[in-house]
Design a protein around this ligand. Structure first.
Ligand code: HEC
Ligand code: HEC
Ligand code: HEC
Ligand code: HEC
Length: 457
């Protein structure tokens, strides 16, 4: 059978499936008692008439999502490789240094490198070795797997049965951050100890990372079924949710400490990991940062998302911007004081960040506003805050996302976006090696992009 024939055959069986759903609509439509929230396993989604087609030929959704999730050659397939990472040389070496036994059995790793469903919520086909499977993001399918493709089933019906509304940027951010920053769930936190044992740094930006693992099309049909927040909204909400997450986990006694020390994961890595020299002519690597009123010698809280959020708030939530600025300064300062005060300040910062997430989620972003945010990320007060690698790397992802969103919405022409590309490549190069980050040089690259961006107005 040739490829065309296969897809025709598959198309047929899918139609047959759909009409079966129509005929016994009420039986299939009823939620199966007791299965809501059960993770049925990737094999349950992978049928050749479901999401396992060889090509994206589905009428409503692509139906080849499995192939994308498994793509061995790109970031899009990373989640299917997550479990295997634990048995790789690097995974084994991390586990050996930590003395936790085989990583593939260690709860402290599995919370992010496999579907974190609790044992009681695993169906017959569930396998830990599937890694970060479909239901790790979309939610346990027990309550909706039989009904979600029935004719007439709506997104709201599916969500009521346990499908996560990932089209909603707040819901999506909450899911991704559990693993791409850390969460309160079991095994969902990369400690400094893990990093010292060789775990890579965890970098994240919601819109960019969504694009990197995209296996869906936002077409007219999608928009009629779901919300389709643009890239700028997804970016802005993602930043607010990330600050909320960092401040909330820092305030959580279960995450905040490692023995007698604070948990170093929350702080800027290179504030501690710098070379020391006794040479009297040495120029210290540390630069004063106007937005972080902390004593010399104190490690600063990693502020990459606070910087972005501050740039977004000035344009898109001016009523909250001053409060956010004050809360983030107060939080940095409070860490040098006692723990109770730092926890109070973290709670305040988290609350303001949630208010910002709500504000961004409820509004649209016009062309002029996106250009204002882009300018704020690239220059002025914000540029002075790029004293550390993490903030610089986050800024480059922001510029990529904002320029990409302007181009995708047709708000700048493709030629203008293409002219920025070589500068953006230089910006990525400036943050390639964390140990070689040079704030001055980085600001120069950003200033050139700012100039090119102003020319687009
Ligand atoms: C909070 C979630 C989380 C936890 C807990 C976690 N990891 Fe990871 N791990 C990640 C993420 C996210 C990445 C990808 C980082 C990136 O590239 O942005 C990763 C990457 C890795 C990689 C590199 C994979 C590659 O393809 O190069 C290895 C190896 C690894 N983790 C092993 C471990 C081990 C061993 C443990 C337990 C000691 C562990 N991880 C715990 C989230 C986690
Ligand atoms: C890392 C998280 C993640 C994983 C893993 C994942 N998805 Fe998705 N998926 C998303 C996001 C985010 C979207 C876009 C938002 C939305 O429409 O839900 C999406 C969209 C989709 C869509 C399009 C929905 C529509 O209404 O058009 C389908 C179908 C889908 N995913 C199926 C799968 C299947 C099948 C798997 C496993 C093979 C899978 N996904 C794995 C996050 C994930
Ligand atoms: C259950 C944990 C988990 C969840 C939830 C999760 N991820 Fe991941 N993600 C990982 C791990 C672990 C890796 C690294 C896998 C590896 O490289 O072996 C990863 C890798 C990635 C990569 C590839 C990064 C790279 O540098 O190659 C992208 C992109 C990504 N995730 C996007 C997302 C997005 C977007 C969401 C939310 C819609 C999400 N992830 C939700 C655990 C998770
Ligand atoms: C408050 C200070 C501090 C911060 C912040 C900090 N570290 Fe460390 N780090 C240390 C100390 C102390 C050690 C132990 C050094 C030793 O054993 O010789 C260490 C060890 C390490 C090691 C092992 C180095 C080696 O040569 O064996 C790595 C890797 C590492 N840290 C990565 C990170 C990363 C990534 C971050 C940011 C997420 C970070 N650190 C943040 C203080 C810090």
């Amino acid at each position: 059978m040739g490829g065309g024939e296969i897809s025709r055959f598959l198309g047929l069986s899918c139609a047959a499936l759909l009409s079966a759903a129509l005929v016994v609509g009420s039986a299939i439509g009823a939620p199966q008692a007791g299965r809501t929230g059960v993770h049925e396993g990737v094999a349950s989604c992978a049928g050749s008439t479901c999401h396992g087609r060889p090509v994206a030929s589905g009428v409503v959704v692509r139906q080849n999502e499995l192939i994308t999730w498994q793509d061995p050659s790109s970031a899009a397939g990373a989640h299917s490789r997550a479990f295997r990472a634990l048995t790789s040389d690097r995974g084994r070496s991390i586990a050996a240094k930590m003395g936790i036994g085989p990583a593939q059995n260690a709860a402290v790793c599995l919370g992010c490198h496999a579907d974190p469903a609790p044992a009681a919520a695993r169906g017959a086909k569930f396998q830990l070795s599937d890694g970060v499977g479909c239901e790790s993001c979309h939610g346990g399918s027990g309550g909706w797997i039989a009904s979600h493709y029935a004719v007439g089933a709506t997104h709201a019906d599916n969500v009521a049965r346990g499908l996560r509304p990932l089209d909603n940027p707040k819901a999506r951010a909450a899911v991704c951050l559990d693993c791409h920053y850390g969460g309160k769930g079991q095994g969902q936190f990369v400690t400094h100890q893990m990093m010292a044992a060789g775990h890579p740094r965890v970098a994240f930006e919601l819109d960019l990372f969504t694009s990197l693992q995209r296996h869906h099309d936002v077409d007219a049909d999608y928009v009629s079924r779901k919300s389709s927040p643009g890239g700028v909204k997804v970016w802005a909400v993602g930043q607010a949710m990330a600050v909320d997450r960092a401040a909330s986990l820092y305030a959580d006694p279960a995450r905040a400490r490692a023995g007698a020390f604070p948990e170093f994961y929350f702080f800027d890595c290179h504030s501690c990991h710098r070379a020391i020299s006794d040479d009297p002519r040495i120029r210290p690597r540390k630069e004063a940062n106007p937005a972080r009123p902390i004593p010399v010698g104190a490690p600063p809280f990693n502020d990459e998302n606070m910087i972005m959020l501050s740039a977004a708030a000035r344009t898109a939530a001016p009523g909250l911007a001053a409060r956010f600025e004050a809360d983030s300064r107060a939080f940095h300062a409070a860490i040098a004081g006692d723990r109770a005060g730092a926890v109070r300040a973290a709670g305040q910062l988290a609350a303001t960040s949630r208010a910002l997430a709500d504000t961004f989620a409820a509004r649209g972003f016009r062309r002029a506003e996106t250009l204002d945010i882009l300018d704020a990320v690239l220059s002025g007060e914000t540029a002075r805050r790029y004293t550390d690698y993490a903030g610089g790397a986050q800024a480059v992802m922001a510029v990529d996302t904002l320029v990409g969103a302007l181009a995708a919405e047709g708000q700048i022409d493709r030629a203008a976006a293409a002219r920025i590309r070589p500068e953006l490549d230089r910006a990525y190069a400036a943050v390639r090696d964390p140990n070689a980050f040079r704030p001055d040089e980085f600001r120069q690259v950003m200033a050139r992009i700012a100039q090119a961006a102003r020319a687009m107005r």
